[in-house]
Write a protein that binds this ligand. Sequence first.
Ligand code: SF4
Ligand code: SF4
Length: 367
Amino acid sequence: MKKTTATERKPAQISFAQKRMRNLIKVINGASLRLLGLSDPENSRLGKLARKLPRPRKSAKGPDGLKRSKGLKSKYIDLSQFNLDPFIERKMVTRSFRIFGRIISGVIKSRRDYRKELASPSRPPKPAPREFWNEVIARAESLGIGLVGFAPVDENLIFTSDFVGKMNRLYANGIVLGMEMDFTAIDSAPGPEAGLEAMRIYAELGVATNRLADFIRSRGYRAIACHPLGGPILYPAMAVRAGLGEMGRSGLLITKRYGPRQRLSLVSTDASPLPETAPPKLGISEYCDQCRKCVSACPAGAVLKEPVAKENGIITRIDQDKCIGYFYEAMGCSICLKVCPFHQRGYDRVIKTRENSPIESTTTKKK
Ligand code: SF4
Ligand code: SF4
C-alpha cells in the first residue's frame, strides 16, 4: 500500500481559517496586486498597457493649490516577494486574515476618496480657527492615534510614484499621524509576531487615517488620507518638520513618547493656517553618534555608518536594497528598532542616564 507523504497529508490537516488565509495570500500575491496597483507598474503587463492608453483629461474644475512631486524617487517594495507562510500557522491565521483584509479595504477606501477629491470642483478655501485644530487632535486621539503634528507639505518630499496609494498630488498642509506598535511583539523581532504587529498597525492606522480625513471633510475642508503602507510622501521627514521627533541613525523617527516604536501616516488638507509647532530639541543625533547599536546589530549591514546627504537635500541613513532584501526573507525585520535604547528604556530614562553617566556604546565596547 502506498504511504502517504507529509505533503499529501497537509491539505486534510489545514483548518477552514487557514484555507481562507491561503486564498487571501494567493489574492495578495496574484491578480489583486495588479488590480490594486501593488505590482511594479514599470514591469507589469497592466502597467505597460496603461502607458499606451490615452491619459484621462484633467478636469479644469478640479481643486486648486494641489502640490506635486519635484522628483523624489521611492523604493519599490514588491509585496509578492514577502514570505507570508508563517501567517497561515494555526495560532496566527485568524488574526492575519483580519489584518490583511483591513489593510486592503483601507487602501481601497483611501484611493477611492482621493479620486473623488480630484474630481470635485474648485472652491475658495475656508479659514481654520484654533478650535478646529483642537477638534482634529481630539478626534485623532479618540481613533487611537497617539502622535499628531502639523507641517506644510513640502513638494521635495513627495514621491514621483506612490506604488500603493497611486497618489501624486496633495493639498498644501499636512497632519502627520503616528500610532504605537506593541512593545512585546516588537521585542520578539525578527519573526512573524513582530512582522504581524507592523501589519496590524498599518491596518489600524490606515482605518484611523481614513476616518480622520472623513471628519475633516465633514467640517467643510478638503482632505486626502495617505495610507501608512506605502504613501505618497516621505513620512519620517514630514514628522520631523511637524515637531514629532528627530531621525535616528537607523533611519527611524524617534519620538519622546514611543522612541522608534511607531508607524506614520498623513492627512493632507487645504485647512489653513496650521497651528504653530515648535520642534523639540531631543538630542537624538548626538546620542546616536556614540551609541550605534543599530549599525552593528543590522543583519544585512544596511544601517550606514555615517548618514549621506544627497543632492536633493534628503539625508540617507539606510542602504534600502540591503534592508529590503533581508525584509523579504524575515517577513519584516525590526531588529534596528528592537535594539534601540529609546525602544528598550524609553526616551526619558535614556536621556536621564546619559546626563548621569557616559553612553555605553557598542563602539566603546569593542575597544
Ligand atoms: S540604536 Fe542607537 S544609534 Fe541606532 S537609532 Fe537607536 S539610539 Fe540611535
Ligand atoms: S529593518 Fe532589519 S535589515 Fe533593515 S535596517 Fe533595520 S535591522 Fe537592518
